[in-house]
Design a protein around this ligand. Structure first.
Ligand code: HEC
Length: 128
């Protein structure tokens, strides 16, 4: 122990050290749990585990898929013309605020923060 530092500072340093030491796995697991829970909200309009289109197109293998590429779903002209390929960054941005990424898309916003959108993307990635 360093006798010069007050006890509170030692506790704070200890907490910091703990965070640094264990960041990867616990944070990721917590994030995936949040993502899984939030993805249930997508399920109102999208299937994420079957090739069934609902109000929205299914999201199976969505990472790496070209936007508006399912032949049997009636996409908006805006999404068809977007030229997007859904990587994790554009997908997270779209989920958080669809209209900002594709103005006039049929998908309405879900009122999600960027962090929540990222958690959903991380969860969707585990399904691939
Ligand atoms: C209220 C219904 C609704 C909800 C809830 C919803 N979406 Fe959508 N989504 C749509 C519709 C409708 C489209 C088609 C948009 C278009 O054609 O412009 C769409 C399109 C998409 C696309 C583009 C798919 C493609 O084939 O290009 C992705 C990705 C997507 N949604 C992800 C999500 C995720 C993830 C969630 C949950 C956070 C979500 N959506 C919640 C209705 C919804």
């Amino acid at each position: 122990m360093n006798p010069i530092l007050p006890a509170g500072a030692m506790v704070a340093l200890g907490l910091l050290a703990g965070c640094n030491g264990e960041s990867e796995t616990p944070v990721d697991t917590a994030m995936l749990e949040v993502g899984e829970r939030l993805a249930e909200g997508c399920g109102a309009c999208h299937s994420i585990d079957s090739y069934e289109n609902r109000v929205g197109p299914h999201l199976v293998d969505i990472i790496g898929r070209e936007a508006a590429s399912l032949p049997d779903y009636d996409y908006s002209p805006a999404l068809r013309a977007s030229g997007i390929v859904w990587d994790e960054f554009v997908l997270a941005a779209f989920i958080a605020n669809p209209q900002s990424v594709v103005p006039d898309t049929k998908m309405v916003g879900n009122s999600l923060s960027p962090e929540e959108a990222e958690a959903i993307v991380k969860y969707l990635e585990t399904l691939e």
